[in-house]
Ligand binder design. Structure first.
Ligand SMILES: *[C@@H]1O[C@H](CO)[C@@H](O)[C@H](O)[C@H]1NC(C)=O
Length: 252
């Protein structure tokens, strides 16, 4: 098993406010039998604004999203391992995302969202050591992980918790699946800058992109989980449950 360590710039703040929904998110009545249809439309319309970030709701700017450190470390349980550290990484392209499905289950307290990100790039500094698909790899320089037409599914449970007389949704157990139709990897300055070995490795990574992606996917999944959790936590910590998901809309 790989251990993924991520230190995002966004600080998780546990203070709760009692704000209305941001103006760019249209509320849906949770008793509406078409709630999920309404939520999908509302979510689709909100994404371009949400991606810009919103200080008031502690949602960081999401395109690009800055990630201080992303680490895939060999925890010692496997015989041949890979250690990859990415520093000062930025994820570009969340603006290219389209919500495809959203399912809120107010009984099971479980939400499921699906989206497609047509083009995303993770750009940063890397240090790598170990083996990838059995080939030795070592180096440090610039890394570019590009993902095309990536399907992202994001699931989470939640609990409802009272704070200062109001009920808030608290996100629990977020998990994501991140499946690109194609992935590209490019690392500069591999093997102390040896151009022949470096080119050979980059070609090898490209030819075997599917298997390489499998090895690196824990880092990519962590980055996406972090982005989506930052949005949802920011808003659900600020907006009481009954305001975000009113039983009825004022006009009903
Ligand atoms: C990253 O790689 C992709 C695919 O090869 C390329 O289109 C893109 O321009 C690269 N990005 C940077 C910042 O070099």
């Amino acid at each position: 098993m790989w251990r993924v360590v991520l230190l995002a710039v966004s600080s998780v703040c546990l203070s709760h406010a009692a704000l209305p929904l941001p103006s760019y998110i249209k509320p849906c009545a949770r008793t509406d039998p078409e709630f999920n249809k309404c939520a999908l439309k509302s979510g689709r319309e909100a994404i371009p604004q949400v991606i810009k970030g919103d200080r008031k709701y502690k949602v960081p700017q999401l395109d690009p999203l800055s990630i201080e450190e992303l680490k895939i470390a060999d925890d010692g349980s496997s015989r041949v391992g890979l250690s990859l550290v990415m520093k000062n990484a930025k994820v570009y392209g969340m603006r290219n995302s389209e919500l495809q499905e959203t399912n809120f289950d107010f009984v099971k307290k479980h939400n499921h969202h699906e989206m497609v990100v047509s083009h995303a790039e993770i750009i940063g500094k890397y240090e790598v050591n170990g083996r990838v698909l059995l080939l030795p790899i070592t180096g440090s320089g610039d890394i570019n992980i590009t993902l095309e037409n990536t399907k992202v599914t994001y699931d989470h449970d939640y609990t409802l918790e009272p704070v200062n007389g109001q009920i808030f949704m608290v996100i629990k157990n977020p998990t994501a699946k991140v499946t690109p139709v194609r992935a590209y990897f490019h690392l500069t300055n591999l093997f102390n800058g040896d151009p022949v070995l470096g080119n050979h490795m980059n070609n090898f990574l490209d030819e075997n992109w599917r298997d390489v992606y499998k090895e690196l996917s824990p880092a990519v999944i962590t980055a996406f989980t972090e982005i989506i959790t930052a949005i949802l936590t920011g808003i659900s910590n600020a907006v009481p449950f009954d305001v975000g998901f009113p039983e009825k809309l004022p006009s009903d």
